[in-house]
Design a protein around this ligand. Structure first.
Ligand code: KE4
Length: 429
């Protein structure tokens, strides 16, 4: 495969951008190759600057649930841009999207838009601290909530992909107020939350983990989490930056029928443009400035282009049957994938819920961070490179999710299955 333009661009990029990328996981360090530079994307495929076309299972890390370049989304952005790109003042689209998000996610009585998932979770944690007057944040090993200081403790995603212990630059004074405990462990959860020495403001959780690879929670774990946080007056934050509008219109909280106090959103609600959001009970959200004393702000929050893209995307996913069709498409693909894996000469574990999944190169069930870390990342890297060479674009890390979109047709999925079978047989060699 000719990658000469990508190679030239990467060399240039490394002179002016740290690691040549604007987000670490894109550097492909953990999968043993240099990154390809994308020229364009359409539907289920991306095309690199050398003209190589790939079937895309990254979907920009989640936003592209409709596939790339959906005409309705592009039109909304272009039509809105004709009227200007940013006003620094309220605009009608913010109200329309806020109403649609609150209608789609019933636990949201009010919502505040920001420009990234990191801003959403950072603000939600500050709000929980301001609302409760307490300081500690409890998170779970392997869950990633963006790169705010408080959360870079045993985080997932790029932190584990690059083997960054927490991160230099995060003062001990900050992380002493963050406690990270094992995911899916109800016993440690109860012991921790009931520890009266701990001044816990909130628990933040990925209601389905996507950042240690996909790990589906035991329902009893989420139910116990809701029961304990209610009893102890601790704010329960669902970080649905990935699962929001992915697993159902109402996200994981709809799928599992568990109502958090605050929800963080991102990715899909921006239609591919920079949007994050946090929202929840009016009683809590009214603590946010300018109504309340908890400060949070953003120059481009509620940006009209991003609002327009998000509105176009949500109107499409709200169409009757959208999630059922996506679920059925994923069911058929995963059933075939499991057969291929079962016949493969190497051990794999496939974790999947809805249209998000991860194939772990391990022989044991993956139910938490410790078991995820037993996966063979070298073998994943070999699989990644083999699949890329055969036209399939997977996440450049064992500890991420693969996504199927409504733009993935049978022809795309059949090719991916064929290439997976071929790759698995080579891995055994
Ligand atoms: P951003 O700040 O990257 O928009 O969102 C942070 C975030 C928060 N919460 C969850 C559950 C997330 O998954 C993320 C970001 N996801 C990663 C991939 N797993 C983004 C990809 C990247 O870091 O380049």
């Amino acid at each position: 495969m000719n990658t000469s333009h990508s190679d030239t661009l990467f060399a240039q990029a490394c002179q002016v951008i740290p690691g040549g990328v604007n987000s670490p996981v894109r550097a492909c360090k953990s999968v043993g190759c240099d990154p390809l530079f994308v020229a364009s994307a359409q539907g289920a495929t991306v095309t690199d600057v050398d003209g190589n076309e790939f079937i895309d299972f990254v979907g920009s890390w989640g936003p592209m649930i409709l596939g790339h370049g959906h005409p309705d989304v592009l039109k909304a952005i272009c039509d809105t841009a004709a009227g200007g790109t940013s006003f620094g003042a309220p605009s009608p689209l913010e109200v329309e999207l806020a109403e649609l998000v609150c209608e789609s996610v019933p636990s949201l009585e009010k919502v505040r838009f920001v420009s990234s998932g990191t801003e959403a979770t950072m603000s939600a944690a500050r709000l929980a601290r301001g609302y409760t007057g307490r300081n500690m944040v409890v998170k779970f090993d392997g869950c990633y909530h963006g790169h705010a200081d408080s959360f870079l403790v045993k985080a997932g995603s790029g932190v584990i992909t690059l083997g960054i212990p927490g991160s230099p630059g995060v003062p001990d004074d900050i992380v002493k107020n963050t406690l990270s405990i094992p995911y899916n462990d109800s016993e440690v959860l109860e012991k921790t939350l009931r520890d009266e020495k701990l001044d816990i403001a909130c628990v933040i959780v990925e209601p389905v983990a996507g950042n240690m690879g996909v790990v589906v929670p035991e329902l009893e774990f989420l139910q116990k989490l809701r029961q304990l946080t209610t009893e102890l007056g601790i704010v329960l934050i669902f970080d649905e930056v990935i699962t929001g509008f992915r697993l159902a219109l109402g996200g994981a909280q709809e799928r599992f029928n568990i109502t958090p106090d605050l929800t963080c959103l991102g990715k899909i609600i921006g239609g591919g443009l920079p949007v994050g959001a946090y929202g929840g009970k009016k009683e809590i959200m009214d603590q946010i400035a300018p109504d309340g004393p908890v400060y949070q702000a953003g120059t481009l929050s509620g940006n009209p282009l991003a609002m327009a893209a998000g509105l176009a995307m949500l109107k499409l996913v709200r169409q009757p049957g959208f999630y059922q069709e996506l679920e059925e498409k994923a069911d058929e693909y995963v059933e075939k994938l499991r057969k291929i894996a079962a016949d493969a000469p190497i051990p794999t574990v496939l974790n999947r819920i809805g249209s998000m999944m991860t194939c772990f190169f391990t022989s044991e069930p993956v139910t938490d961070f410790a078991s995820a870390m037993k996966a063979d990342t070298n073998r994943y890297g070999q699989h990644f490179r083999q699949m890329l060479a055969s036209g399939i674009w997977l996440a450049p890390s064992q500890f991420e999710a693969a996504f199927i979109s409504s733009a993935h047709e049978r022809i795309h999925l059949e090719k991916a299955l064929k290439m997976t079978e071929s790759s698995f047989s080579k891995l055994a060699g």
